[in-house]
Design a binder for this molecule. Structure first.
Ligand code: AR6
Length: 172
């Protein structure tokens, strides 16, 4: 599906041919399971070596590395909130992940960025709320930053894909 500069696709983010892919990391930035594990496996051991130099990353923030063996030139590592019921600033922290990742992307000259559904796997953030936040933040950023040409939401499964498609249709 395409609406303006936003695309929703189902697939594996490590295969995306964009300038930067975003990793749903943890505060150590030293790898893990889920999309984080897939990105580290596909990028090769140089990625964790560079991550070791970064000193971790707070929740809601983002840091950039090279992409090594990935088709993407950069990886932007962001740390989503763990879902604790919704009253622990989860929404604001997730919104901050999208904003900060896009700011870091543009600062480094990226014109196309792909996101996974941050926090919706191991971190337990309810998918519908997460997709609405993602769509709202990306739309707002694209309006203010014409240098960014394209943002892709890469969904690992059909349900996630359907949630993004609905959020986009509803105007989030
Ligand atoms: N491409 C695109 N999306 C993927 C891929 C892939 N290759 N693999 C999984 N997903 P998660 P989180 C989807 O758990 O909830 C890690 O251990 C997955 O289906 O990867 O932010 C980190 O180190 C889900 O929709 O990230 C942290 O400790 C989405 O990516 C923790 O998990 C996010 O699921 C972060 O948890």
């Amino acid at each position: 599906m395409r609406t303006g500069a936003i695309e929703v696709v189902q697939g594996d983010i490590t295969k995306e041919k964009v300038d930067a892919i975003v990793n749903a990391a943890n505060t150590s930035l030293l790898g893990g399971g889920g999309v984080d594990g897939a990105i580290h496996r596909a990028a090769g051991p140089e990625l964790v070596a560079e991550c070791r130099t970064l000193g971790g990353c707070p929740t809601g923030e983002a840091k950039i590395t090279r992409g090594y063996r990935l088709p993407a030139r950069w990886v932007i590592h962001t740390v989503g909130p763990v879902w604790h019921g919704g009253k622990h600033h989860e929404d604001e922290l997730l919104a901050s992940c999208y904003r900060r990742s896009l700011e870091v992307a543009v600062e480094n000259g990226a014109r196309s960025v792909a996101f996974p559904a941050i926090s919706t796997g191991a971190y337990g953030f309810p998918l519908e709320g997460a997709t609405r936040i993602a769509v709202r933040e990306v739309r707002a950023f694209l309006e203010k930053n014409p240098a960014l040409g394209k943002v892709v939401f890469v969904c690992f499964d059909r349900y996630t894909h359907d949630c993004y498609t609905r959020a986009l249709a509803e105007g989030a």
